[in-house]
Design a protein around this ligand. Structure first.
Ligand code: HEM
Length: 516
């Protein structure tokens, strides 16, 4: 037998052997010192691995979650391929549960009380978004402000979402929506097969957002260019990404996409300032913003560079493109699957439009569409576009009587269980818009459960605009189109790419609406 193969570590040390295991022959040429340093390295590695487990177990304490974490990577594999089933298992394992990814200790909060507590405790926890978000949005973007600075900055932006401002946007939204729905019909005419609306709905959304934000200060070809690149941003929003934005990586591509968007948004800000200085009437969000800053009664900061304005608009695009597309796509799917609900939407459209489908929509008409509003609310309750928002504990956070989230841990409030609580929403998996029509019903009486747009100081700033836009697209579609759902084995499975989509992209066929 080859002696080196059966040698033991002990034979190279003065101490009595603690372990004895065979050394492979490729190690034979190693000198005693080399073995000693190898032994030391292995011992250090082993200690680190033990330490990793000890720290994980110390932080986790009694919370549900794996007893041991997978060395170094933790649940990285799960975060690469997120699935509703795995998330649901985690949420149902306890109101608070623990998980670790790349040694980032994460506390998941699934109950309504804990989710709201995290969202409403700014002195303990702040949003941290996914790691790539800072590279894409740029670290100086306002969305990363915290505390008083965040409150003040945000106060200035509220002017962009007032009822008066939203009224200006309705006309832009409707014109773009009609143009896209007409194009959907033309595409269908050329190809009678069902098509997934995943990308076409995203395109409609992108052009609407850019139209609302920038009006005629952004040309259509720029909106198309931004739309073409934007998918790179969506794809880069994974929980963990390769840390360096090297060419070829997803984050690198997303940064290139941001540069294209920023170029056009800066130009739009510049043009808006000139148009308003020349006494033009406000026709988009930028114009509203420029005018509000010039108002003598306006108290906040008055000077914003073109780049700063563009970064704010880009943050809106970033926050809305995926979430709104998800909301819209499920809106189409729910209405296709529930013809009785679509029929009621149409009855309401008839009433509000007084039978005149060519009449342009306005804010008063949108307000009268109470059934449609219930449809939109219910659609996003059943299929919340955003399942959870990552926050970070800025210091030790005593979240319950018997558990304190360790400082610097991630703490993730999830919305699904709140939105599917059978006590508040009986038959929680069913799509029942009527539940919102009774002001005394449990859905209306428990607004704290409706976490679709979050809660607290970072609650979605665009929530009314978002709901109105989804309603407006469905209203317009209901009067212009008939559509059918081509149900596949993946229609009711979820694909999670930043937000939630039907796994098959929602395959629909469209026809011009036939009026009875
Ligand atoms: C269906 C569509 C949308 C959904 C489901 C949605 C959902 C959310 C959620 C869950 C948050 C985090 C709230 C929290 O931490 O408590 C959020 C934040 C935010 N949303 Fe939305 N959102 C939508 C559309 C929009 C739109 C259209 C805009 C802008 C035009 C927008 C702008 C923002 C911004 C800027 C934030 C961060 C606010 C802050 O940190 O102060 N969102 N949104």
């Amino acid at each position: 037998m080859d002696r080196s193969a059966s040698a033991s570590i002990a034979s190279f040390t003065a101490n009595p052997p603690l372990y004895s295991f065979p050394v492979p022959s490729f190690l034979a040429p190693l000198k005693a010192e080399s073995f000693s340093s190898l032994y030391t390295t292995l011992a250090i590695l082993a200690s680190l691995l033990v330490l990793e487990q000890a720290v994980y177990r110390y932080k986790k304490r009694h919370l549900p979650g794996a007893a041991w974490t997978i060395p170094l990577i933790g649940k990285f594999a799960d975060s690469m391929a997120p699935s509703m089933e795995a998330y649901k298992r985690q949420w149902d394992s306890g109101a608070l549960s623990a998980v670790s990814v790349f040694n980032i200790f994460i506390v998941m909060a699934s109950s309504n009380d804990y989710a709201r507590k995290i969202l409403n405790s700014p002195s303990y926890a702040e949003p941290c978004l996914v790691h790539s978000a800072k590279q894409i949005l740029r670290p100086e973007n306002w969305v990363f402000l915290t505390g008083k600075n965040h409150i003040e900055y945000r106060r200035g932006l509220n002017a962009l979402f007032t009822r008066k401002a939203l009224s200006i946007y309705v006309g832009i939204q409707e014109a773009i929506c009609r143009k896209h729905l007409t194009r959907w019909l033309e595409i269908q005419e050329k190809n009678p097969n069902s098509q997934p609306i995943m990308m076409t709905a995203r395109h409609l959304n992108m052009e609407t957002s850019l139209g609302v934000f920038c009006g005629s200060h952004i040309p259509e070809h720029a909106a198309n260019a931004i739309n073409d690149k934007y998918w790179d941003i969506t794809q880069s929003l994974e929980l963990v990404n390769f840390p360096l934005a090297l060419p070829g990586t997803k984050v690198y591509k997303a940064i290139q996409a941001r540069k294209v968007a920023m170029h056009w948004l800066e130009l739009a800000a510049y043009k808006s300032k000139i148009a308003m200085a020349n006494g033009g009437a406000p026709e988009c969000m930028l114009d509203e913003w420029v005018l509000s800053l010039a108002d003598p009664n306006y108290k906040g900061r008055k000077e914003f560079s073109d780049t700063e304005m563009a970064m704010v608009l880009f943050s809106f695009l970033f926050a809305s493109q995926d979430a709104m597309s998800s909301g819209l796509i499920y809106g189409f799917q729910h209405l296709a699957d529930h013809p009785e609900v679509l029929a009621k939407v149409r009855e309401e459209q008839d009433r509000v439009r007084q039978g005149n489908y060519a009449k342009p929509l306005n804010m008063d008409m949108m307000v009268q569409m109470t059934y449609l509003q219930a449809v939109v609310k219910e659609s996003m309750r059943v299929k919340p576009p955003v399942l959870m928002v990552p926050y970070k504990a800025t210091r030790a956070f005593p979240i319950s009587d018997d558990y304190t989230v360790p400082a610097n841990s991630m703490v993730i409030p999830s919305f699904f269980n709140s939105l599917h609580d059978p006590e508040v929403y009986p038959q929680p998996e069913e799509f029942l818009p009527e539940r919102w029509l009774d002001p005394e019903g449990s859905a209306s009486k428990n607004p704290k459960n409706y976490l679709v747009f979050g809660s607290g100081p970072h609650r979605c700033i665009g929530l009314e605009y978002a709901s109105m836009n989804i309603a407006l697209v469905l209203a317009t579609a209901s009067v212009m189109l008939d559509w059918e759902h081509d149900i596949t084995p993946q229609s009711y499975l979820s694909k999670i790419i930043a937000t939630v989509f039907p796994k098959d992209g929602c395959r629909l066929t469209f026809k011009p609406r036939t009026l009875a």
